[in-house]
Design a protein around this ligand. Structure first.
Ligand SMILES: [Zn+2]
Length: 459
C-alpha cells in the first residue's frame, strides 16, 4: 500500500467514534483509514502514538480584516493554525472599505466579498466569508441569488447597532434566502432595550465593568431572537442563531426546532467557560456582546449542546489591544475578545475533562457541524475523499494560557493563567503541517478560499 503521508498509531476521532487507525494522505486529501500496523510505503510517516487525530477545527465565526478587529488575515490565521483551526469564516461587510474607513452608503455585497478575497491573500488557513448586510437596502436583495450561486451561501444580519436592520427588511432578506437556499446568520439583541439601558447607565455614571452586562440583558437577546425565529419560520429559510449566550435564547431556538432542517444555533467558547463574575476579575477584557451571563446560563449552554439545540461552538474571535479594552467607562471600550488560538484546548478542558463530553461530540460541535451547516463539503471529518485537514491533539498535555504567546495582534487573553489539560501539538491543512509544537511552519498565503455550496440541512 502506498501513500505520500501516513499518520500512524494515533486514535482517530470521527463525528461518530474513536478508533485506532492509520490515516493515509495523497495530494492533500485523505485517501483511506487502515488498521494500525498495516504496512504502508509512504514518503512521510507521522508518529501519532499517544495522540488523538481530530479533523481540523472549522470556526464559522472569526473576525479578521473588519471594522471591529485589528487582526488581518495573516495574524488571525496564524493564531488559528496554532489552535488547530484549519478553516474559518469571516465577514464581508457591505459598504466597508478598509481599516481606515467607516461604512459608506453605496457599497455592495459583491464588492465587500471581493475586498475580503483580495485581503485574504496572506491567510495561512482556508477561509470563506459571510456576506454581511449593514443597511436596509433593497438593492442588496437583488445580489443574494448570484452570491449563493457563487458559493457565498450565508448572510449575516444584526438587529442592533447603527448597522442593524429593521424587522421589516429582515423578513424580506429571509424570503430571498428561502428562495435561494442561503443561510441567515443572526446577531439578535433588541436595540431599543439596549440603547435605553445604556443611556440610563451612562446618566447614572455606572461605567464600572460589572455594570456592563446590565446594558444588554438576556431578555433583550431573547426578544430579538423570538422575532427573528418567527420570521424565519414564516419565510421558510435556514436560520442560524449566532453566539447564543443564555438559557432564554436557547429555549426559544429549541422550541422552534420542530423540524431541525431549518433552525440552528451556535454558542461560543466564552459562554461555556466564563460567567459575568469575570467583569469583576478581568475588568473590560471580556466585554463582548451579548455579555457574559450567569452560572445558570453557562450550564444551559451545556444542556442545550447535549440535547442538540445548539450545533456549533465557535469563538467570535475579535482582536483589540488591552489598552483599548480597559477604558475608564465600559461605553468607551471596544466589543469583542480574541480566542481562536486557544478555543480547542480551553473548550476541551471544560467540556471533556470537567463535564464528560465525548470526543466525537466535541468533533461534531467544532468541526463537522459547522462544515455541514455552511456548505464546506470537504471539511470537518476524516472521511476519505475530503481534505486532509487534521490536528494532532495530546489529551494529557498541560498548558497555561499565556497571552505573550499570542499570534493575534491582541495582547491579552480572557483565559490568561487558566491551566488546561489537552493541547494541540500539530496542525495539518491539506496534508501540509502548518504548525507544530507552538511554532508556525506554513507560509502566509497557503490558505485558500473554500468552495461552498448551499447546504442541505435535511441530511
Ligand atoms: Zn461576531
Amino acid at each position: 500500500m502506498n501513500a505520500q503521508l501516513v499518520v500512524t498509531d494515533g486514535t482517530l476521532v470521527t463525528p461518530d467514534r474513536k478508533v485506532a487507525g492509520d490515516l493515509l494522505v495523497d495530494d492533500g486529501r485523505i485517501t483511506g483509514i487502515v488498521s494500525p500496523g498495516t504496512v504502508v510505503d509512504a514518503d512521510t510517516t507521522v508518529d501519532a502514538s499517544g495522540k488523538l487525530v481530530l479533523p481540523g477545527v472549522v470556526d464559522p465565526h472569526v473576525h479578521v480584516n473588519g471594522p471591529n478587529t485589528i487582526d488581518g488575515y495573516e495574524a488571525g490565521s496564524r493564531a488559528a493554525a496554532l489552535g488547530g483551526v484549519t478553516s474559518f469564516i469571516t465577514f464581508a461587510w457591505q459598504g466597508w472599505d478598509s481599516p481606515d474607513s467607516q461604512f459608506s452608503s453605496d457599497g455592495t455585497l459583491h464588492e465587500a466579498v471581493e475586498r475580503q478575497y483580495d485581503a485574504a491573500s496572506s491567510s495561512l488557513v482556508d477561509f470563506s466569508v459571510h456576506a454581511t448586510l449593514t443597511r436596509d437596502d433593497p438593492a442588496a436583495l437583488e445580489e443574494i441569488s448570484d452570491l449563493v450561486d457563487g458559493g457565498i451561501v450565508s448572510f449575516k444580519i444584526f438587529t442592533t447597532y447603527d448597522f442593524g436592520l429593521r424587522n421589516g427588511f429582515i423578513e424580506r432578506v429571509f424570503e430571498e434566502l428561502a428562495e435561494t437556499g442561503g443561510v441567515a446568520v443572526l446577531h439578535t439583541e433588541d436595540d431599543d432595550v439596549c440603547s435605553m439601558r445604556e443611556s440610563v447607565l451612562r446618566a447614572e455614571g455606572r461605567g464600572e465593568p460589572a455594570s456592563y452586562p446590565d446594558s444588554r440583558p438576556d431578555h433583550a437577546e431573547a426578544m430579538a431572537a423570538d422575532d427573528a425565529v418567527r420570521m424565519a419560520q414564516k419565510a421558510g429559510n435556514k436560520y442560524y442563531g449566532i453566539h447564543t449566550s443564555c438559557r432564554a435564547v436557547a429555549d426559544i431556538i429549541e422550541a422552534a426546532q420542530t423540524d431541525k432542517s431549518q433552525i440552528r444555533g451556535e454558542t461560543c467558547v466564552h459562554y461555556t467557560t466564563l460567567d459575568r463574575s469575570a467583569y469583576e476579575t478581568q475588568g473590560l477584557l471580556p466585554m463582548i456582546a451579548p455579555p457574559l451571563r450567569t452560572g445558570d446560563d453557562v450550564d444551559a449552554m451545556f444542556e442545550h449542546l447535549t440535547r442538540g439545540t445548539l450545533d456549533v461552538v465557535s469563538t467570535d474571535h475579535v482582536a483589540f489591544t488591552e489598552a483599548s479594552k480597559q477604558t475608564d467607562n465600559w461605553w468607551e471600550s471596544e466589543y469583542g475578545a480574541n480566542s481562536v488560538q486557544h478555543s480547542l484546548p480551553v473548550f476541551h478542558d471544560e467540556a471533556v475533562n470537567k463535564r464528560g463530553m465525548s470526543y466525537p461530540k466535541l468533533v461534531r460541535l467544532m468541526c463537522t457541524n459547522p462544515a455541514r451547516i455552511f456548505g464546506l463539503t470537504d471539511k470537518g471529518t476524516l472521511e476519505p475523499g475530503t481534505d486532509a485537514d487534521f490536528v494532532l491533539f495530546d489529551p494529557d498535555g498541560t498548558q497555561t494560557i499565556d497571552a505573550t504567546e499570542n499570534e493575534s495582534e491582541a495582547d491579552y487573553s480572557i483565559y490568561e493563567g487558566r491551566e488546561v489539560t489537552g493541547s494541540v501539538t500539530a496542525t495539518y491543512l491539506r496534508g501540509e503541517c502548518i504548525a507544530a509544537d507552538g511554532e508556525i511552519l506554513g507560509e502566509p498565503g497557503y490558505g485558500e478560499s473554500v468552495e461552498r455550496e448551499a447546504p442541505n440541512w435535511n441530511e
